[in-house]
Design a protein around this ligand. Structure first.
Ligand SMILES: [Cu+2]
Length: 136
């Protein structure tokens, strides 16, 4: 798979001497909880091969307008920006969620609506991940 990560560092390296101060990734996941008052959103993001498994985690949202119109259970794509000390998301885009109703539920989450629509082949650009600083 083509790597778009700038610099010479690879995800397999524990140290990336040329790591840029800011990296941006396209991420896909399902909204679990919205906390606009805290400027965070909890998202169950898909597996990140070689980095971390699919998990539910909170992301900082600098502009809460990004959360407008979203509901728990929505499938979204978003841009994740990470620096050495910070992380946040923006450009949150809601995907068509109706098709996810046909997928089985995982039983791991308390939402009735299926939130595991991560392998349905949506036409996304390549998405890469590195840091996990947005986690809480
Ligand atoms: Cu995570």
């Amino acid at each position: 798979m083509q790597k778009k990560i700038s610099g010479t560092a690879t995800l397999a390296s524990s140290v990336a001497p040329t790591q840029p101060t800011q990296q941006v990734f396209q991420v896909k996941g399902a909204v679990m909880e919205l906390h606009p008052e805290e400027k965070t959103v909890r998202i169950k993001h898909e597996e990140i091969p070689g980095y971390m498994k699919a998990m539910t985690m909170s992301f900082d949202v600098r502009d809460t307008n990004e959360l407008a119109g979203l509901e728990a259970g929505d499938t979204v794509t978003f841009r994740m920006t990470v620096t050495h000390t910070d992380g946040w998301i923006d450009q949150v885009k809601r995907l068509n969620v109706s098709r996810t109703n046909t997928l089985p539920t995982t039983g791991q989450f308390r939402f009735v609506r299926d939130v595991e629509p991560l392998n349905i082949g949506d036409p996304l650009p390549e998405y890469h991940f590195t840091n996990h600083l947005a986690n809480r």
